[in-house]
Design a protein around this ligand. Sequence first.
Ligand SMILES: [Fe+2]
Length: 199
Amino acid sequence: MTLDQYVRNLREIVARHSDPVEITELVAPLARQFAKSPELRRPEYRECDAEQGFGVHMLHEEPNHDLAVFLVSWLPNRGTTPHNHKTWAVVVGIEGQEQEISYDRRDDGSQPGYADLTPAGETVMTVDDIARCYPEHIHSVRNVGKDISMSLHTYGRHINYTGRSEFDVEHKLEKPYVIRVADDEYVRARPPVSSVTGP
Ligand SMILES: [Fe+2]
């Protein structure tokens, strides 16, 4: 499956469905198929952002930032803080082992900047595994393998445009979460960051 075919399929699905459960159920098998595409094996997609711990390579977004498709490459033993997405997500493992820790939120979200989270489960994603996330789902992701890991991420909307949050579990804090995406305005707005290439 090519990127063009994948995006055409995504457009058809979101034109007919609005429920994130239904959408991710339909997107998952297509994402798994697209994840095998030779066009995702370009060496530049293996580049990681050494400061951030992972490199985010944008394959597609609509002009209004909907339907964002990223290839993400993770340095060993690096990952994200706990975060939500405020949109649906489908992730497929392409290479390596990525640990996902899910969290339950115990407060009602009514106090700005405050969040009380508790770990709720752990899984490890390997090649061909699929993870589906809904808008309020909170998780953290870490490459627990010895080498670079890679995964294909498809979101209902580019995650820098959903108003999502990251969380400091120990200090019970919630704050805005924006990631650096290779070759977009978040990269151009900051000083260059050294990158490394995987094996
Ligand atoms: Fe995530």
